[in-house]
Design a protein around this ligand. Sequence first.
Ligand SMILES: Cc1cc2nc3c(=O)[nH]c(=O)nc-3n(C[C@H](O)[C@H](O)[C@H](O)COP(=O)(O)OP(=O)(O)OC[C@H]3O[C@@H](n4cnc5c(N)ncnc54)[C@H](O)[C@@H]3O)c2cc1C
Length: 379
Amino acid sequence: MTRFHDELLDLATLEAISNFCQTVLEPQAAATDREARFATHHMKALSEMGIMGMNLPVEYGGMGLDAYTLLEAMANISGTCASTGSMVSAHFLASDSIKFGGSEEQKQKYLPLLASGKAFGAFALTEPGAGSDPASMTTRATRDGDFYHIKGTKHFISNAGAADLIVIYAKTDPSLGGKGISAFVVERKKGGITTGKAEATMGLKGAHAFEFSIDAKVPAANRLGEEGTGLRTAMKTLDAGRIDIAMCSVGIAEAAYSAAAQWMKTRKMGGALLSSYQGLQWILADMATDIAAARGLCLETIRKRMKGERYSIEASMAKLFASEMAGRVTDKALQIHGGYGFTQSLPVERYVRDARIMRIYEGTSEIQRNIISRSLLAD
Ligand SMILES: Cc1cc2nc3c(=O)[nH]c(=O)nc-3n(C[C@H](O)[C@H](O)[C@H](O)COP(=O)(O)OP(=O)(O)OC[C@H]3O[C@@H](n4cnc5c(N)ncnc54)[C@H](O)[C@@H]3O)c2cc1C
């Protein structure tokens, strides 16, 4: 529908990705959802396009994109196939954890593998008893010479069933709460990880999330940063992740808006096109305004990120507003389609289901409000 100003964007790259979305993702998006096919079936094509490394600098094998182009591309991918967008986003959480928390040696070792798609990544913070409050996690990493013994259970971990490299957050010093959490790159092929079946979910059916248990000896060299810096790395990673989710929400909302506008221009009822009814025109106007407002928040957040400033609060605001907006817009798009919108013959009901998780993962709307209000009330 719309996009950031042309002068901010790498237009050639965006056009190539847009073409990829239309020719590779779009034809399979409905089946990916209907059959709950893990979106890894696109992995080869995504890797060849460079998409698995879009978030990484060229020196680590990435595309070296500016954040405007990266996030515009993510909106495009998610608007076409939100399951694929989510699978790619979770992969980015793994490589971003290494980018933000790792040593130069660790970056050289792992990032080119993740950028090329030769290694598939997952980010494991959440546990059955520690979702909104990761500081209460119980997964333990106990030092044993040159190794850590990591033991515990992680829950709702996107990509975990197929990931080669999982960034696992675990407590090295439980007495310190959140300040006792450390991050580790765990290579699945070394053993010790047992994954269950993918969760059956209402949406994003092609982006599989798993529970897994770990009982493994991991080299101390795989710890990212000093002991106790894990939560800081996770929060930095989630700042980038939240603006990503905000733009994925924008992408889904724009796909729903476009479908609704097109429907109004072609569907006749009572002898007139739906587009002639003012009641529906106003709904469409509200949808477009809502999307534009979310884009404005995203733009401001990305601007701060590009200037190297802290953008945690802005990322929370963008994620909160854009994810809630995607819920409103996709629901209105379905209403404009009438009974057809409720059927699986059109993609609108998929947009509604896929948009729902955006208010939950990478911090629920309530947690974003906590983050924002804490900063407003701080002395
Ligand atoms: C499909 C899917 C994919 C996911 N992928 C990943 C992944 O790749 N990696 C990963 O680490 N995690 C992942 N998650 C986990 C996700 O981030 C958590 O589900 C989310 O953070 C919420 O945690 P919870 O489910 O334990 O809910 P809870 O924390 O139990 O929250 C329940 C309700 O209480 C509210 N609440 C909780 N605490 C507060 C508070 N202090 N103030 C106000 N309200 C509060 C919440 O907002 C929510 O409404 C995924 C989840 C899903 C469903």
